[in-house]
Design a protein around this ligand. Structure first.
Ligand code: 4AD
Ligand code: MG
Length: 430
């Protein structure tokens, strides 16, 4: 028998196939049973007519519980009313495993319940749509940078020091020595950029974020390109092109999934170059015009980001932040040293920051001074300082948070649904 996936049914109209999947839904009317099956690639209806199957099979079909695993054999028919546009006229049905009463019912469940059952929740149509879009976005990130000549270079997960501040480090024991889970691969990409010119890493990052917001995970994925000789504006161009490409690619390849997620596609179609570029000072004025007063030198919080990002129909880039609120490695504006050559990209529709990056401090004296000012242990950064001792050059990079980007593209309020098994304050199960 010809085992076929639901997504390929269109190639087998009129032919006999075998489907292997799970019972998603079931209803009966006298001489007919309708099974809606899912197999990971789609959902399709299997119709069991009493006259077409043995009495045992007909009886079995009436007893299948939700999420039971089955093998169905039958003929593929075109049917516009069926989900996916095809259905199977069943000739045989084999029960592989009768599922126990399934905890997730087609009704509203609290999010805590769903998260505790994440291993099962992943099977539902919205969640599988999200995971398919995630997969596409990861491929698109890589394709984009590969085509631009960037080399993928993996950063380590165990690190000896902080990249993004000591307050969010996860410490582990490394054979009796303290080690930390990486917050960002950036410092290693800077070494890579001087070796290979243009590099990127794409992996999990860890932050002991005590904040319980819709934008924070303790484990998330970041795409981090870094390029020698690039200045802030070159990196802004790259980030803008990357984000446009991601949106285009998801629109092109994953429209069906966006529809399942009830995403307003017209909003994504507006995402085109150029993205507005405004300075931090201008952002404060805009916020003030909206009745939000921020003292110069303070960071934009989640609420301010939301307000700013609602102001535009496409992502906005805010640059030249006060250096006091940016990381130790950021280069400063030569004319106004109180400003860092850093940029954040905020996604529209209230989603907030998806990209953070900028130009790196590449002068030895200046960087050692910053390491001291920030009370960072210089021994742990000697290798990093070597990059300023041996052929230092201007360079820039950024980090794009995959889950935040997906939450925006998919129109999902909380980023926890954009990663298969979210890790958050107070949640590490399952
Ligand atoms: O702005 P961040 O902290 O920048 C860096 O880590 C730089 N070292 C990156 C670089 O230049 N190579 O983080 C970058 C992005 C944020 O804009 C956000 O999208 C995401 O990473 N991010 C998080 N996503 C989910 N949960 C968290 N706790 C996140 N923290 C940062
Ligand atoms: Mg940031």
């Amino acid at each position: 028998m010809n085992w076929t996936y639901i997504e390929d049914l269109g190639k087998h109209v009129g032919k006999e196939v075998e489907l292997r999947g799970w019972v998603h839904h079931r209803r009966s009317s006298g001489k007919l049973h309708f099974l809606v099956l899912r197999d990971g690639t789609g959902i399709s209806q299997a119709v069991i007519f009493k006259g077409d199957v043995s009495p045992e099979v007909f009886e079995l079909a009436d007893k299948l519980s939700l999420e039971s695993s089955v093998i169905v054999k039958g003929t593929v028919r075109e049917d516009q009313r069926s989900p996916g546009g095809f259905e199977i006229g069943v000739k045989d049905l084999i029960l592989v495993h009768q599922a126990e009463p399934y905890p997730i019912q087609p009704k509203e469940h609290g999010v805590d319940f769903l998260l505790t059952h994440r291993h099962l929740w992943l099977r539902s149509p919205k969640q599988t749509a999200l995971m398919r879009i995630r997969d596409e976005a990861i491929k698109a990130c890589r394709d984009f940078l590969d085509r631009r000549g960037f080399i993928m270079l993996d950063a380590p997960i165990f690190t000896p020091a902080a990249c993004e501040g000591t307050s969010t480090l996860f410490q582990t024991d490394y054979f009796g020595m303290p080690a930390y889970l990486t917050q960002s691969g950036q410092l290693y990409m800077e070494a890579g950029a001087f070796a290979l010119g243009r590099v990127y890493c794409f992996g999990p990052c860890f932050r002991a974020e005590k904040s319980k917001t819709r934008r924070h995970l303790t484990e998330f994925w970041m795409l981090e390109p870094e390029a020698a000789w690039y200045h802030l504006s070159d990196m802004m161009d790259l980030a803008e092109d990357l984000v446009c490409y991601l949106v285009e690619r998801v629109l092109e390849k994953k429209k069906r999934e966006l529809i399942i997620l009830e995403r307003d596609i017209s909003k994504l179609e507006q995402v085109r170059k150029p993205f507005p570029r405004i300075t931090y000072d201008e952002a404060l004025k805009i916020l003030e015009g909206k009745g939000i007063k921020i003292e110069w030198g303070n960071d934009l919080g989640g609420d301010e980001e939301t307000v700013m990002s609602l102001n535009y129909d496409r992502p906005v880039m805010i640059h030249h932040y006060p250096s006091q609120i940016k990381a130790f490695y950021m280069a400063r504006d030569e004319q106004r040293p109180e400003l860092a050559l850093g940029v954040d990209m905020l996604a529209p529709e209230g989603h907030g920051e998806i990209v953070g990056g900028g130009e790196r401090e590449w002068r030895y004296e200046e960087l050692t001074r910053r390491i001291k000012e920030n009370n960072l242990p210089q021994e742990a950064f000697e290798w990093y300082l070597d990059l300023r001792r041996f052929g230092a050059a201007p360079h820039s990079g950024f980090g794009l948070g995959l889950e935040r980007t997906l939450a925006w593209i998919c129109g999902i309020h909380h980023i926890r649904e954009t990663i298969p098994f979210p890790r958050m304050l107070e949640r590490i199960y399952p």
